[in-house]
Design a protein around this ligand. Structure first.
Ligand SMILES: [Mg+2]
Length: 337
């Protein structure tokens, strides 16, 4: 059956039957004109984020299964809540389907979305469906963080170490494998999964908050080079990244060796890793790294330091420093779309 025959209300009934009931601050979900959400208790602030995925720009249906697309559309929003050091409250989703979209595709997409919603206690509070010339998924997530303590990009200070969860570059390497028709090969399974089904680092951010000492944080959606430049600019600081400390996976290095690519470039410019980059004073860094590793098993690496603004943003490799520019890796996709 095509979406044109199921219709908007048929689709809403289908999603509603599978959505989780209200929980946490969400007191009334799907079924009324608007969702009802309790005000956060004293000492908490709301976080609010939105991210839209458009067919042909952010995903390609020739290698993107509907279920994973649904998962990713929510995961990338949850990654922003993680980056603020918060936890999710509820989400909304607007979906545009073409008249020719199969109902099974729509069901799988929402099935994947609801899996992630369930796994991260982020109930679907409502949404909208429209007919569109191509598939579009627009998601917003509400979250909460301790008042005055959301992690920002603007609070890094010279002398702090720059740390990342990792490895970096796997998502871009996975995209490369998919584009080359190698997506089904076992050797690249972790890379393809990093690209199609990224895991929002909510648990890692929560472990970092419990450890204490995080000074600034953001998620790595556009490559480490871009994000470090954002932190430096917003904090009126400079940064030095140590190339040999950037965590690369053996799978990414193998694929890059075969494909004639640089795994380091994918980590710096590739994007869509949805890992965390954060800063902390040297005396706190080890403790935070251990807390994240102990709680989640995710690796954490120190990859550089915050320096004075006058120094700019540099990458140090083989004893030489050069400018680290916020470039897009054009081979993959244009940035800012
Ligand atoms: Mg972000």
């Amino acid at each position: 059956m095509k979406m044109a025959s199921l219709g908007e209300f048929g689709f809403i009934d289908l999603v509603r039957a599978r959505a989780h009931g209200p929980r946490g601050l969400l007191s009334k979900g799907i079924g009324d004109d608007a969702a009802v959400i309790d005000c956060p208790p004293a000492g908490k602030q709301l976080l609010w984020t939105v991210d839209m995925l458009v067919e042909g720009i952010h995903f390609d249906l020739s290698y993107t299964p509907a279920r994973l697309l649904g998962r990713k559309s929510l995961s990338v929003n949850l990654s922003d809540i993680a980056a603020m050091g918060g936890e999710p409250v509820a989400c909304l989703v607007s979906v545009g389907f073409t008249k020719q979209t199969d109902v099974d595709f729509a069901k799988d997409l929402m099935g994947g979305f609801l899996e992630v919603a369930g796994a991260h206690s982020c109930p679907l509070a409502g949404g909208d469906t429209v007919s569109a010339p191509q598939i579009v998924i627009d998601v917003t997530v509400l979250g909460v963080a301790p008042a005055g303590e959301a992690y920002l990009r603007s609070t890094a200070r010279p002398g702090e170490l720059i740390m990342v969860t990792g490895p970096l570059g796997d998502s871009a390497a996975g995209l490369e494998a998919l584009k080359r028709g190698l997506g089904r090969e076992d050797s690249w399974k972790t890379l393809v999964s990093a690209h199609l089904d990224p895991v929002p680092r909510l648990r890692e951010a929560a472990a970092a908050r419990s450890a204490g000492g995080v000074r600034s944080m953001m998620d790595i959606s556009d490559g480490l080079a871009n994000e470090v430049n954002h932190i430096a600019r917003e904090s009126s600081a400079g940064a030095v990244i140590w190339a040999d400390r950037i965590p690369l996976s053996s799978a990414s290095m193998e694929l890059c060796a075969e494909a004639g690519l640089s795994a380091l470039d994918l980590a710096l410019y590739g994007g869509e890793d949805y890992e965390l980059v954060f800063t902390a004073e040297a005396r706190d860094a080890q403790r935070i790294a251990e807390a994240i590793r102990d709680a989640t098993g995710t690796m954490v690496a120190v990859v550089g330091e915050v320096v004075d603004a006058g120094k700019g943003v540099k990458i140090s490799a083989g004893g030489r420093e050069s400018d680290l520019l916020p470039l897009a890796y054009d081979h993959f996709r244009a940035r800012g779309e």
